[in-house]
Design a protein around this ligand. Structure first.
Ligand code: KIV
Length: 265
């Protein structure tokens, strides 16, 4: 693991050397610190916060101001990883000028050094304009949650030709990497072999250049439905529940606070 700050150059070199790239989401300062100190390469302040922080049923209600707030507090806890701010629904679709202005807010108002946005050929011009403004862009193709209604649900995307074309187009538009979400592993492998920029998979098999997961899913903090591609590395919700129930019990039984937590006794 390189000790240096992770930049687009570092990530490109990692792909060239065949070193796997690690990416996770974070939404607040304490977790951002822990994730960064784990040695992760990229921290994505994902609009998945709509689901795992706000309790919404999709990412669609998330606003630019909410993303700026979360990206600012995450970046404050990060020393080494690249921080990527996720562009929320309708922050980049209406016009290229608005997209560039909103992408710029992440770099101006937070310490993020890149943005992510969803889509393939349809957002090529937007990616090119943001990249031309000097803002690194992580693209995101395949299962794109902001298009849940257009896709008819959260479904694995299997149209190989379109996926290969989208991947090539976002690379040519200037993206520094691309998230491949919900894509059959053999297609993701083909895309990874054909692209010069790193591919980061989520539900896209082991052959991508790197992997990303939603933090609350992989820590077992999200007690709702999690997709098949999530591996739970722990059960933090279970641990939290144990602590909370112990506190409630001890207060009711007058066991807390004890002498050691009191003054003048
Ligand atoms: O919003 C998010 O967390 C994401 C990742 C799942 C890639 O887009």
């Amino acid at each position: 693991m390189a000790a240096q700050k992770v930049t687009v150059t570092v990530l490109s070199e990692m792909k060239a050397k065949g070193e796997k790239i690690t990416e996770l989401t974070a939404y607040d300062y304490p977790f951002a610190r822990m994730v960064d100190e784990s040695g992760i390469d990229i921290i994505l302040v994902g609009d998945s916060l709509g689901n795992v922080i706000q309790g919404e049923s999709s990412t669609l209600p998330v606003t630019m101001d909410q993303m700026i707030y979360h990206t600012r507090i995450v970046a404050r806890g990060v020393k080494r990883a690249m921080v990527v701010g996720d562009m929320p629904f309708m922050s980049y679709q209406a016009s290229t000028a608005e997209a560039v202005r909103n992408a710029g807010r992440f770099l101006k108002e937070t310490a993020a050094s890149a943005v992510k946005l969803e889509g393939g050929a349809a957002v090529a011009e937007t990616i090119a304009a943001i990249a031309a403004a000097g803002i690194p862009v992580q693209a995101h193709i395949g299962l794109t949650p902001q298009s849940v209604h257009a896709m008819g649900g959260y479904k694995v995307q299997r149209q190989e030709e379109r996926l290969l074309k989208d991947a090539r187009i976002v690379q040519d538009a200037g993206a520094f990497s691309v998230v491949l979400e919900g894509i059959p592993a053999p297609i993701a492998k083909k895309i990874t072999e054909k692209l010069s920029i790193p591919t980061i998979g989520i539900g896209a098999g082991v052959d991508c250049d790197g992997q990303v997961l939603v933090l609350h899913d992989m820590l077992g903090l999200n007690e709702g439905h999690v997709p098949k591609f999530v591996k739970k590395y722990g059960n933090l919700a279970g641990e939290a529940r144990k602590c909370l129930e112990a506190y409630v019990k001890e207060v009711r039984e007058k066991k807390f606070p004890g002498k050691e937590h009191s003054f003048g006794l």
